[in-house]
Write a new protein. Structure first.
Length: 360
């Protein structure tokens, strides 16, 4: 009997304890509401929608400064004038405040890229496998009428060059394409040239109003069997012209005295990158010396001149222009690879001159 009485007392005490705990927890419960944003920034005239949870029940919305921003019964905030205020929502005795900043519109007027320019247009040169990152900035710098996410990069030919979302352009294979950048409604184009050779001391520009006098020494970067071919492995001329100007991969070309290429042999060739601003017919004059011979020019892999006869000048140091049969090159606007091939070589070469003659 005593054991039963003790068990009853223990059970009663436990029930009282649990009841007391339940009463304590319930006293700590408060009503809470949440809004999907703690603060918003709007341009004058813009709107944004605030969502309150839990959704059950009617919420009361108000703006603390309706001359700056208003709010509807559905939580739609509209920017009225520049300034700062708060939107307050109340529901079931709970309250939530959202900070609102309103700024004036600064329309985007232009976009500037960090890519270099050629003839006033953006242009990037890459070798296959190389990359270059292009950054974009807005004009004005505080333009705010276009969302930061409203941009895109794309390439006309991903087989030549691919562009990533961060503006990194990757050269894939030789050729040319156009990479585009769009911000809002403004689009910028980048001409992308992917080649195993690149201009040495370039760019070398052809224009209507300015003849181009190009040294034979300034053939492309790229190395043997890519930018040049020489019959001998060593530089018989002994000049360090190329190495002194950043090219350590041209030691086999026979450069004499930092002025001319000598010891020419049959089948040797050199490649030059030419950028043509004004497409047209260009006369070609060569400054040469020596015993004469034959050569020809190729443009983008096609023989563009046929055989050029180099007339003897009467001495290896007697350099003369206009000692070759007249040859005109028909060049379209854009970038071209010009290959000079020595077919029957017994002469030195110094410079070549391109002069605009006529339209195509």
């Amino acid at each position: 009997m005593k054991s039963v009485r003790n068990l009853f007392v223990l059970a009663f005490g436990s029930l009282a304890f649990l009841t007391a705990c339940d009463s304590y927890e319930r006293e700590g419960v408060t009503n809470e509401i949440y809004v999907n944003k703690n603060e918003i920034t709007l341009i004058v005239g813009q709107s944004d929608t605030l969502l309150v949870s839990p959704v059950a029940g009617k919420a009361q919305w108000r703006s603390e400064a309706e001359d700056i921003a208003t709010v509807t019964d559905d939580g739609i905030v509209k920017a009225v004038a520049q300034g700062s205020t708060s939107i307050v929502v109340m529901k079931n005795g709970a309250k939530f405040t959202v900070g609102v900043t309103v700024v004036n519109s600064n329309p985007l007027t232009d976009v500037i890229l960090t890519a270099p320019k050629l003839f006033g247009n953006y242009a990037v040169s890459l070798i296959p496998g190389a990359t270059q990152k292009i950054l974009a900035s807005t004009v004005p710098g505080n333009a705010n009428n276009v969302a930061r996410s409203d941009f895109a990069w794309w390439s006309d030919n991903d087989n030549v060059a691919h562009v990533y979302d961060d503006g990194t352009i990757s050269g894939i294979a030789e050729g040319s394409t156009v990479v585009h950048y769009r911000r809002g409604t403004i689009t910028k184009d980048i001409n992308v040239y992917v080649s195993k050779t690149s201009p040495f001391k370039g760019p070398h520009l052809l224009k209507k109003d300015t003849p181009l006098e190009l040294s034979f020494l300034d053939f492309d970067f790229g190395g043997p069997e890519v930018a040049w071919h020489d019959a001998t492995r060593e530089n018989q001329g002994g000049s360090n012209y190329r190495a002194d100007n950043g090219d350590d991969n041209a030691r086999g070309v026979d450069i004499e005295g930092s002025s001319n290429i000598g010891y020419t042999a049959n089948g040797e060739w050199l490649v030059y990158t030419i950028d043509v601003q004004d497409g047209g017919v260009y006369s070609l004059e060569l400054c040469v010396s020596g015993n004469g011979g034959t050569m020809h020019y190729e443009v983008d892999g096609v023989n563009a001149t046929g055989t050029i006869n180099v007339i003897p000048t009467g001495g290896w140091g007697n350099y003369q222009y206009n000692t070759v049969s007249t040859r005109d090159l028909r060049l379209t606007t854009g970038r071209h690879k010009v290959k000079v091939v020595f077919d029957n070589a017994a002469f030195n070469v110094k410079t070549m001159k391109f002069t605009y003659v006529d339209d195509l």
